[in-house]
Write a new protein. Sequence first.
Length: 296
Amino acid sequence: MPRETTATETKAMAYGRRFQKVFDHIHQHLDEELSVDVLSRVANFSRFHFHRQFSQYAGIGVGRYVQLMRLKQASYRLVFEAEARIIDIALDAGFENPESFSRAFKTALGQTPTQFRKDPAWQPWSERFQLPALERNTPMEVRIVDFPETAIAVLEHRGAPALVYDTVQQFIAWRKATGLSPIATSRHFGIAYDDPAATPPEQFRFDLGGSVTAPVPANPQGVVNKRIPAGRCAVVRHIGSRDEANLGLSIYPLYRHWLPKSGEELRDFPLFFEYLNLVPQVQEHELITDIYLPLK
């Protein structure tokens, strides 16, 4: 029989839910005032103790957390919105002028905004944003679906997970240059051959893909033709950041809790993702990802 939840665990979960309200509020209002007074009221905590409570719970001060989230959002825009002016990105991130934005950005990431836009150093970027993962606070609803065979154009990423965004940039450049698998009308996929938590970085394999209606010809970017096979899949929807730690909050319960109880067996095809929207078209907390676990 499953172990009953203790009173202490129930209180801890309730405490965590109050903090989740704070994190949700931060992510949804990055362009607004996010003072200790405002955030302590969101969770109904005393403002005199909130800063220490937040630091203890998140492992980082509230002001620093807010600034990092704003800089993270700005970094996406710098790379993936080439037409956006740096001054507009700075103002949208809550900075009074480009100079203060540039100083904060370089202090946090080791590059100025201009340098990051031209040649983003994704490895240090990833290390700076490795914040403590939060517990999943919504029920995990698993659906069983029949996934149809789907032809995709793929750019294979081989190497450290932190460098996946280099591959993302190359794949986007190929899509724009060729007009094949257009971003606006195609489906977007990722195929995870390896668990990044258990694989040496240099051996990590991940495919970035977009649906196509015809075979892709040879190209200098190295985009190749592949197919996601038809078959039954368990699907769970993940809302929010696609960072490794956050996706894990939806992936690992599938294996740890759902699969042993389901009686299902896994098919010989990797876990894969469908990205239903993309940054910077939406903010990170609005990202929707369907996680597919292939079944026999």
